[in-house]
Design a protein around this ligand. Structure first.
Ligand code: IMP
Length: 432
């Protein structure tokens, strides 16, 4: 099975970074295909805590090639900062290790300003974005006024594009009293970034297709989660990219027929950051208990995450829209704080009937239906093999598999690499 997509099956923050880190032991290439530095994951290696926003966590395995593909929106200074931070910790990144698509769009200071202005304009109806300029950058891409990495090496063209984008945004920023970034300064900074990143810029579509053709193990790392997908999420409270598995093809140039499996990552409970519907959100004292036990604070913004019960109807929906073949279940250890009984949402009552999937178009009149199941009170941190799993944990896993309809292939019981149980490795064989 050489090409596997890993996607978030909830609202992001499912622990994809850790799952990707575990699987990259078996992957030759790790590809990010959408989003930008709105994502963020903390990976713990030995005693080191490393937070990455753009570069896949695969970079921590020295012989893995990382790709930022054309579906991404990338802030050049942020990549440079990550390359420098990794080098300081003993992970030098040369162009053979990290390729950036010439067609990936560049997040400009203008986009950060526009993100702020738009949230200000919306006021109480704000999306609660990460303010990383993601929406405005994708907006410029769709409006065909974006700047791409391949443009950075041509100073005259870059200047023309930045001036045009600034002319378009100026009245919108001024209307919200948000300062307009100086285009000359932007161009200078981008040229400096190009000096560092130019050697990494490549035709990644071809590069990834070639790796797949050679039968190498390629892992497509999704960011955010299914319910934040621009088409399949809780619109308008979503991000601006295709976070679902199909995005791996659109965003990297690999054909759907090349994908061999889709691993959906979900937590044993649910969290969400930012505004928008969250039907299984717990009341404040319980949410706080989960937040503290699960350290549920955003890796990018530090915001406290909203917390609630596992929504099997939402994950079942994610299984359908992504074609998920197996699940990675994370943070099972956190359930120990929730006592002897826990709730799982197994469907939604809407218009007098119970629906098995989250009814996104009728959420305003839908009510989650819960089943109470036995909790997992045991301390799972020291469990290292499936045979050591306490019966309560085994029962919970079986119940979730039944509710959701796909098997759990990987189970995480703590933040460290060792605190992971792999029942079924989607790559099956080791990397080349
Ligand atoms: P944006 O992607 O910054 O435009 O934010 C849009 C919505 O997606 C907001 O609700 C954010 O909190 C959410 N979001 C963006 N990136 C992530 C992520 O990596 N994890 C969880 N939520 C995210």
């Amino acid at each position: 099975m050489p090409a596997i997509v890993v996607v978030g099956a909830q609202w992001g923050d499912e622990g994809k970074g850790k799952v990707v880190d575990i699987l990259t032991e078996f992957a030759d290439v790790v590809v990010r295909f959408q989003g930008g530095d709105n994502a963020g994951h903390t990976v713990i290696v030995g005693d080191e805590k490393i937070v990455l926003h753009l570069i896949p966590s695969g970079v921590l395995r020295r012989d893995t090639r990382c790709v930022l593909a054309q579906g991404m929106v990338v802030r050049p200074e942020a990549v440079v900062a990550e390359i420098d931070a990794l080098a300081r910790r003993g992970y030098p990144i040369d162009p053979a290790r990290l390729a950036i698509s010439a067609r990936a769009h560049v997040v400009l200071p203008l986009h950060l300003a526009a993100d702020e202005a738009e949230e200000k304009r919306r006021g109480a109806r704000g999306i609660g974005t990460t303010r990383r300029g993601i929406g405005p950058c994708y907006e410029d891409k769709s409006a065909r006024r974006g700047v791409r990495f391949g443009d950075l090496g041509d100073p005259a063209r870059l200047r023309e594009l930045v001036l045009d984008a600034t002319a378009y945004r100026r009245p919108l920023l001024e209307a919200q009293d948000v300062p307009v970034p100086d285009p000359a300064r932007t161009c200078d900074d981008l040229r400096a970034a190009w000096e560092r990143l130019g050697p990494h810029v490549a035709d990644t579509g071809r590069l990834v297709a070639e790796e797949v053709r050679r039968g190498r193990h390629v892992l497509f790392e999704g960011a955010q989660g299914t319910l934040l997908d621009i088409d399949h999420g809780t619109y308008p409270f979503v991000t601006s990219s295709t976070t679902t598995a199909a995005g791996a093809c659109a965003g990297s140039g690999v054909a759907p027929s090349a994908i061999d499996g889709v691993l959906g990552v979900c937590k044993a409970y649910t969290t969400r950051v930012g505004n928008g519907p969250f039907p299984t959100e717990a009341d404040p004292p319980l949410a706080e208990k989960i937040r503290q036990a699960g350290a549920e604070f955003g890796a990018t913004t530090g915001r406290p995450r909203r917390c609630g019960w596992f929504d099997a109807a939402a994950v079942r929906y994610a299984v359908r829209v992504n074609g998920i073949t197996s699940l990675a279940l994370t943070k099972l250890d956190v359930l120990s704080v929730l006592g002897p009984e826990i709730k799982v949402c197994t469907g939604y009552e809407v218009d007098g009937a119970v629906e098995p999937e989250i009814p996104l178009d009728r959420l305003d009149r839908a009510r989650p239906v819960y089943e109470t199941v036995k909790g997992v009170p045991d301390d799972l941190r020291d469990v290292r093999s499936p045979d050591d799993l306490p019966p309560a944990a085994g029962r919970y896993l079986s119940a979730l598999e039944k509710f959701v309809g796909v098997p759990v292939a990987l189970l995480s019981v703590g933040p460290r690499r060792a605190e992971t149980l792999v029942f079924d490795n989607p790559f099956r064989t080791r990397k080349h």
